[in-house]
Design a protein. Structure first.
Ligand code: CP3
Length: 321
């Protein structure tokens, strides 16, 4: 999940000077921001500071981050001509700045903690491209799926190719794990997931077998999608807090790791609640190998820094009994 961000004073200070896109586009600033949480807390891994939406820019989509609103797309992809116009270009041309930031961070933290690279999954990226920004109901996205399945397929294929080559390039640039964020896939039921999402995810994880690094497959609201996500691929499945971790792991089945799943809002709760909820999650694991402790979704801007520090301590000091 997000490690960097507005809950950190040192991040907010940089954001006074630079826009979000400026920070993503500069390998120096992106490397610096990646290291901020790593310096502040005893984290066990670092995630590169970038955004899932950046590959859309290289495809010809106009991306902005609007203060207090979130991502906005100037030319939403809703018709055949718009899908046809999308370009699939090599990441060395369009996303070289992310690859350079990965190399810089890797050389800083090499041998200490591993570096995580990431990309958005095709469905989640398609939803931003089609809706033109964040959405609650995903009606335009589902509209294209149901009314123009061939057009939706063309869009998903272009995204799949872009994402696959980007993740391979990230592994080559020094990412030691890659995570795929299918953040909004939980808006679909299992039948639609199987028809409209799983084939593309399967293709990406097939390609990732050549990356030489493990992969994490994450989504939110996925309680009933977990077995299908597992079939699609990923060495680890990331889950949000809406499903108890032991239930989620049973649904995923043996042989796959699990990542999660503290509700990020609990970091804003009193210390006692934080300790209790974290203990409950770790208790469900009962020392079984294959669990990566994490938040169930992105950290909230109002999170107290001291709560993050105490969460890291609670997890590190936990003794399974
Ligand atoms: O910790 C890190 O530095 C990792 C970098 C990271 C960012 N975005 C930076 C970012 C990661 C892994 C992401 C993933 C991402 N981006 C997702 C998937 C994970 C998830 O949360 O579901 C999604 C859906 C996005 C799209 C996105 N980017 C949205 C909706 C927003 C606005 C939300 C908000 O909080 O205002 C962003 C902006 C963004 N990307 C921020 C950060 C740190 C907020 C920073 C800021 O406003 O200064």
């Amino acid at each position: 999940m997000r490690q960097a961000g507005r809950y950190l004073a040192e991040y907010r200070k940089l954001r006074e000077k630079y826009s979000l896109l400026d920070m993503f586009h500069s390998p120096e600033l992106a490397a610096k921001v990646t290291l901020q949480p790593v310096t502040a807390f005893e984290l066990d891994a670092a995630i590169i500071f970038a955004d899932i939406l950046l590959p859309l820019e290289g495809m010809g989509i106009k991306l902005e981050f609007v203060e207090k609103e979130g991502p906005r797309i100037g030319n939403p992809v809703r018709a055949a001509a718009a899908v046809a116009a999308l370009k699939v270009r090599p990441p060395s041309e369009t996303l070289a700045y992310v690859l350079e930031a990965l190399r810089a961070v890797r050389s800083e933290i090499d041998g200490k903690i591993p570096l995580i690279g990431f990309a958005g999954a095709p469905f989640t990226l398609a939803s931003y491209a089609i809706e033109g920004g964040s959405s609650r109901s995903f009606l335009r996205t589902k509209g294209m799926m149901y009314e123009s399945p061939e057009l939706f397929d063309q869009l998903m294929k272009k995204l799949t190719d872009t994402i696959s080559s980007f993740l391979l390039a990230q592994a080559a640039a020094g990412a030691q794990v890659v995570q795929l964020f299918d953040s909004w896939v939980g808006c679909l039921g299992p039948a639609d997931y199987r028809d409209y999402v799983q084939p593309y995810m399967r293709a990406i994880f097939q390609t990732l077998k050549h990356a030489g690094v493990p992969s994490i497959h994450f989504g939110t609201g996925t309680a009933d999608l977990l077995p299908l996500m597992r079939q699609a691929g990923g060495d680890v499945i990331g889950v949000d807090w809406r499903t108890p971790l032991d239930t989620a792991w049973e649904r995923i089945g043996p042989g796959t790791g699990i990542q999660g799943n503290l509700d990020p809002a609990v970091l804003i709760a009193p210390q006692k609640v934080l300790a209790q909820r974290t203990g409950e999650i770790l208790g469900k694991i009962q020392g079984r190998p294959g669990h990566i402790f994490n938040l169930g979704h992105g950290i909230l801007p109002s999170t107290p820094v001291d709560s993050v520090r105490s969460l890291v301590d609670i997890v590190h000091n936990y003794q399974a009994n």
